[in-house]
Ligand binder design. Sequence first.
Ligand SMILES: [Zn+2]
Length: 413
Amino acid sequence: MSPHTDPHYDLLRLLVDELKAIGAEDVKLTGYGVVLATIPATHEAGAPTIALLAHVDTAPQFSGTGVKPTVHRRYAGGEIVLPDAPGVVLSPQLFPYLATKAGEDIVTGGGTTLLGADDKSGVAIVMTVAHHLLQNPGLPHGRIRIAFTPDEEIGRGVHPDLLEDLNADVAYTLDGADLGEIIYETFSADRADVHVQGVAIHPGHAKDKLVNALHVAAKIVDTLPHITLTPETTSGREGFIHLYEMNGTAAAADLKFILRDFELDGLREHGELLQQVCAALQAGEPRASFTCTITKQYRNMRYWLEDDMRPIDLAREACRRLGIEPISPPIRGGTDGSRLTEQGVPTPNLFTGMQNIHGPQEWVSIQDMARATFVCVELAKLWSTARREASAAHHTEERKVPVDAQVPPDWSG
Ligand SMILES: [Zn+2]
């Protein structure tokens, strides 16, 4: 079911009304909970259609109900105490990015909920871009599509019909953080499910017969690397094997892993290591049986963007024209853009200014949001003179694994 929860619909309907009020065309709420709209081209035909996306849902890990947005005008530097939770303090020592925002207007929540800047800041930016372009028909741009999506935080924002309904050549998600971020490197991701079938028997008669699946499962965990290759011991471009769920009985046990790497070779090695551990334990205990199933989740969008870097190059140019230094750090997660890119619409992620997301210390600078808005307007102008490519080269992967819509628990949001 999409969208995942009902309150999404209140916001989606509000966005429909607002898009109609500002004069957007083709405004529609799809059956799968995505708001779509068009800003018609003001420039010669033939320019690629660009889409701007933001997601309306917030992270499920922390309450996003009863948010009290608080604007701290002209931030003077120093600590910001949140009104409803005096213990929750934003300090520039702890959050160096805040130190760069003196003089700007900072929005926080009350301290007991999320702010929801992830990704309401993106929603606000996209809506403001739409409004600005519609108000200024003299600005040259091609056809622009707008999409507000649900269920991004649980990795289900890209419905199978979205690609066709969006009908764009290139897209940008407004779901990034620091000023100047143009993200086109995400993890490549697989899931691994290990099932251990032991030999069950009444414990009173178990001598030399019982093979306890829980003990075997514990051995798998113990044999896997602990001081390397885990999320808590890796950073930057390092990948990992992460056990995120385990359950079972003496008779049978299931272990669920996610495998992450920026490179396909690394990702494959993580899967092979897990399979080797299972094979080794199987050899030592032939009475138990093991299965290790690896399922594809999503891929680093760099593999596709490398073939045509214009979506990145033009975004960088848009930033530079506004005096913003573009940065492209790899992110240790996925985005809705990962799936769209893989399906053929290159979709990098642009900054919004959002900070400390998924917790009560979430904040955003209004000026960062304004800068992101200007970047999008500039980007629309730059694309208006670009040519449509016949077709992008398609990336091929040697390993054939079924595409699976299952949710990765590290979806970065
Ligand atoms: Zn997000």
